[in-house]
Design a protein around this ligand. Structure first.
Ligand SMILES: [Zn+2]
Ligand SMILES: [Zn+2]
Length: 450
């Protein structure tokens, strides 16, 4: 039993102190989560939520930097025991528009139907626990608390306009933070996402997630009197419908193992009913497990979209935007999380989730550094659905604070031996520059006129 056991005990002791500090702040942590839940904001517009984060971190004696990638907030806690690696703990600020959600903002339609409010509660709770327990003195590396904007990739017309005005380049929060250099000094990162899926139990780690590209599509036809002279028009809505049908016909060509997801929406379907639609706009993601699978599927989707224009004699403009990269969770970090989760929620409440078919911009980070993106329970209903709600405030808001803080202790105590082990074993496939070049290379605009 030598030093290893002694180190082990000191980490456990530190965690006990941090957990006790978080328990003392439990009411405050729950209040943060509930306050954000009642004031949902869309990505890159999370001004009120960001202000709450900055104010809370400021009260903990940190000096937060705000306005990073428009609304991100970052505060650093330097380790007092050496200059080891830097760990970022992330929480996502944004909500999304879900029709019929009872708590949707009456003006924007935004609702916390993905539980990101719980992420911020957990992040701030971890900051409180580590600060109150004086953990920094024992940590051999820096902890960065980072509230990040715009994980939900939507509100596209507004974001594209912001990009044209030069205020954004990428349309997701973490890619923008990467581009702007706000993550340049981060060596490894993690966050905890709330889940409402019972099969995830109280805590689970996925092995991987789909990535995606994003497309905005504009069919252009010719307006004419819909009753008096429809033969003089070109119906862009019918062209779009044929494009959508052709995409659906492609689905049998997608291999199960590539987990392709294509799910277009119509955002504009015509100007008024007595006019043959001259303009119809669509948006879609093309998701898949690997970059190769995504590129194969998105080329087929473009071909299908062109078929609609060909059939009607219309024009289609397809703008392809970089989306999110596929994500891989770091196995060394996952093993540490498992230990902490089992200690907190019990062996029978921990599960390895496998591959997930949603996408997250944590995937972009995973291309260049080791990351972990576990799930914890406490919500019920349907993710991105009108019935999504937090049902267990302790599990949704307070338990993630403990888990984030415990991971900071495990990775950065003992001279940051844990983080060094993660970094020694990890082989992220891309450099920052390579990542930026790859994403920029995906962007293109194609016009097809039959
Ligand atoms: Zn979501
Ligand atoms: Zn989410």
């Amino acid at each position: 039993m030598g030093d290893r056991m002694a180190d082990r005990l000191s980490r456990d002791e530190l965690k006990r102190r941090v957990y006790a500090a978080i328990d003392r702040r439990a009411e405050e942590i729950v209040a943060v989560g509930e306050r954000i839940r009642r004031h949902p904001e869309l990505g890159f517009k999370e001004a009120r939520t960001a202000a709450l984060v900055a104010e809370t971190l400021g009260r903990l004696g940190r000096e937060p930097k705000s306005g990073l990638a428009l609304t991100g907030v970052r505060a650093d806690l330097p380790g007092g025991a050496g200059g080891g690696p830097t760990l970022a703990l992330l929480g996502e600020l944004d909500a999304l528009v879900v029709a019929g959600h009872p708590e949707a903002d009456p003006v924007t339609g935004a609702a916390h139907a993905c539980g990101h409010n719980a992420q911020i509660a957990g992040l701030l709770g971890a900051a409180m626990g580590l600060a109150d327990a004086g953990a920094a003195d024992h940590l051999g590396g820096r902890v960065v608390f980072f509230a990040v904007p715009a994980e939900e990739y939507g509100d596209l017309e507004w974001r594209i306009a912001e990009a044209r005005a030069g205020r954004l380049e990428f349309l997701g929060g973490k890619p923008e933070l990467l581009r702007l250099g706000h993550l340049d000094d981060i060596d490894l990162a993690m966050m905890i996402h709330t889940t409402a899926q019972p099969e995830h139990r109280k805590a689970g780690v996925p092995t991987s997630n789909n990535g995606c590209v994003v497309k905005t599509i504009r069919y252009v036809g010719k307006a004419a009197h819909a009753g008096g002279a429809p033969h003089r028009g070109v119906n862009a809505l019918y062209a779009a419908q044929i494009g959508l049908m052709a995409i659906n016909a492609l689905r049998e060509t997608f291999r199960d193992e590539d987990t392709i997801r294509v799910h277009p929406i119509i955002t504009h379907g015509g100007s008024q009913v007595n006019v043959i639609p001259a303009e119809v706009r669509l948006e879609t993601y093309v998701r898949g497990k690997s970059v190769e699978a995504i590129l194969d599927a998105e080329a087929k989707v473009d071909r299908a979209l062109r078929a609609g224009a060909l059939a009607l004699g219309a024009k289609v403009e397809i703008e392809t935007l970089p989306g999110y990269m596929p994500m891989t969770c770091d196995p060394t970090m996952a093993a540490l999380f498992r230990e902490n989760a089992v200690a907190l929620v019990g062996e029978d409440q921990f599960v390895v989730v496998g591959h997930r078919t949603g996408s997250t911009d944590m995937g972009d980070l995973s291309q260049i550094m080791p990351v972990l993106h576990p799930y914890m329970g406490g919500a019920r209903g349907t993710g991105h659905g009108a019935d999504y709600e937090i049902e267990d405030r302790e599990l949704a808001y307070v338990a993630p604070a403990k888990m984030l803080a415990a991971m900071a202790v495990d990775l950065l105590a003992d001279g940051a031996a844990g983080a060094r082990a993660v970094l020694a074993a990890a082989k992220p496939p891309m450099t920052r520059e390579g990542y930026l070049a790859f994403q920029r290379g995906l962007a293109r605009r194609a016009v097809y006129e039959s």
